[in-house]
Design a binder for this molecule. Sequence first.
Ligand SMILES: Cc1cc2nc3c(=O)[nH]c(=O)nc-3n(C[C@H](O)[C@H](O)[C@H](O)COP(=O)(O)OP(=O)(O)OC[C@H]3O[C@@H](n4cnc5c(N)ncnc54)[C@H](O)[C@@H]3O)c2cc1C
Length: 193
Amino acid sequence: MSHTAALALADVAVAAEPTPLAGHRFTQNYAKQPELYAYARFIADKYNLYDRILADTPVSSAVFDAEQQQWLVSTERGDSVTARFVILANGPLTEPKFPTDIAGMDDFAGHTFHTARWDESFDLSGKRVGVIGTGTSAVQTVPRVAEVAEHLTVFQRTPIYCTPKADGAVDPEWHHKLKYEDGWMDKVRDDYW
Ligand SMILES: Cc1cc2nc3c(=O)[nH]c(=O)nc-3n(C[C@H](O)[C@H](O)[C@H](O)COP(=O)(O)OP(=O)(O)OC[C@H]3O[C@@H](n4cnc5c(N)ncnc54)[C@H](O)[C@@H]3O)c2cc1C
């Protein structure tokens, strides 16, 4: 599962029980990656989705055949799939912006990587680290890097507006009492916000 897909699930996790009939409960308002990943697998198992998902398969074109009244969807792996309906869920933010106009970047001798392409093989412990930017990625990254880095410098161009994160454990008793009637999720969201 991609980073962003996990984040989309995080949004859903706020409602504490995205699919009550599936019998699932997140333990935290902002569930962490292992729990989100486990949930995605749980849903895929429960609804037998593995056979219907083409993972790691970019769609290269979708052409509507007016005569046949159907779409022809082609993938970069050579599949051709016809469908009467196509729902695009390709997201607007999946391509990271790699800055090219930071002077000296090409000559920088240290290791660099983008938060959207996190280098899992590189251990930041005990290193002198610089983080460029203070947007949503930095808000989530900086506290963790600060815990392990020997020294951390955060470069800020424009201050952002941040509100406290209303995180916390989902009370199992409260969760148990939820009434899964029409509109229950709206109610949970209204109470939450
Ligand atoms: C840096 C950053 C930080 C964020 N932080 C948060 C946060 O803390 N909390 C929060 O709630 N939201 C956060 N968001 C927003 C959240 O990630 C998005 O709102 C959410 O992921 C959008 O979900 P989506 O399903 O529409 O698209 P996405 O999650 O972007 O999913 C689109 C999927 O389509 C796939 N795709 C694209 N093109 C093709 C193709 N041609 N063929 C096949 N597949 C394709 C992509 O690989 C991707 O898996 C953040 C976003 C960014 C960029």
